[in-house]
Structures are given as structure tokens and as C-alpha cells.
Design a protein around this ligand. Sequence first.
Ligand code: SF4
Length: 230
Amino acid sequence: MADGTSANPGTLPSVGRQYDAGPYLPRHGGLGALRRAAAGCQGCPLFEHATQTVFGAGPAHARLLLVGEQPGDQEDRQGEPFVGPAGRLLHRALEEAGLGDEDTYVTNAVKHFKFTTAARGKRRIHKAPNLREMSACRPWLVAELRLVEPEVVVVLGATAGRALLGSSFKVGEQRGVLRPMPALGEDPSDSWPGQLLATVHPSSVLRSDDREAAFRGLVGDLSVAAAALA
Ligand code: SF4
């Protein structure tokens, strides 16, 4: 069974090794430099089985920045975030909320696809990243946020929420409400005057028993972000 968590001892001994993307970050440059450097990241074992790093995409000074969990199967193959079924649903929800793609930067909390392969066939099944992998990958997300400095950040689902709001974050309790952008480091002043809003991940809408109600909920939360940007 292929598993996005298993390390290849030849390239990255996971036992006793600290997972951290930090050493791969460039000291200078904009989003282009970050994207190029992220393509070679081996900060945790997830790079080994994924096809490629899927970095964020969008305008360098977008007013809205969306953070998902990790690339899915289609994103991994195409190298672009939010191009699979959940991404298509998200774009529809953004449109209904009055938010256009032209001023939106999209990225993920974790930049490599984590998966297991079904016992029969070659279907790759998404696996949620664990805390070590999320922490390892966080320097890329923080660097993107610092460069883009959007007016509103929307975190989509629990993983993205935990990456920016801490491990106690629960999307069901904290969705749909604008709050000041939290500090990105230990210094409380390490932020900018933006706002953050949490909502569900679009893949949860696809899994919902009542897709229409779940979709309406997502659009409703995104409409709060749209009103803040109006
Ligand atoms: S998931 Fe993040 S930290 Fe891990 S190898 Fe990929 S880019 Fe680096």
C-alpha cells in the first residue's frame, strides 16, 4: 500500500528528524521565489509520494486569501490548488457570494497531497495531515500571508483553522464570524490589520447528506467576507 506518510530512508529519515519547511524558505524574493523554493521542499515526508508541491495561486496583493487543507488528487496531478471537485464547488460558492477570482489568492495549509491507495485499484484516498506535518508546512503559509497581506483571510475547514487559530479551533463553533487577523508568530504584534473568517471546507459540502443546505451555509459565510470587502 502506498502511503503519503511513509518515509523513504534514502532521502528523509523520519525517525528522530524534525519536520520543518523553514530551512527551505528563501531569504529574499516575492511569491515567485517562494513558489520555486517550495517545489524542492523536503521538510516532511509528504513530498515523497506526491507528484509535486502545490503552491498557492493568485494575485500578489489579493484582497481575499483562502486557505484550504491540502491538495487533492486532481490538484496533485495538475499542480494547481482548488481545481478538483471541491475547488469547482468553491468557485461556484464564491461567485454566488459576489466574490470574483480576480482578487483572490488560494492556497492550502499543507502543500503536498497525503493519501493512501485503495487495496484494489489505483484510486488514491485523501488522508488528513497530522499535526507534525501541518506544523512543518506552516512556514510556507505564513510567508504567503506576509507577502500578500490580504484584507480578509478565509480558512476553509478544521485543518486550515488550526494552522492559524491553534489546535483547539472547531469550525462548527467558530464559523461565519469575522475576527481580527491573529498574530503569525509568538509576538502579538506580528500581524497586520486584516480580518479572518472561518467556514467549512468545500469537500464537506460534497460529503453532506443535505448538499444544498451545506452549500447555502458556505455561501452565507462567504457573503460575510464579501460584505467586509465591499
Ligand atoms: S508538505 Fe509542506 S513541509 Fe512537507 S514536504 Fe511538502 S511543502 Fe514541505
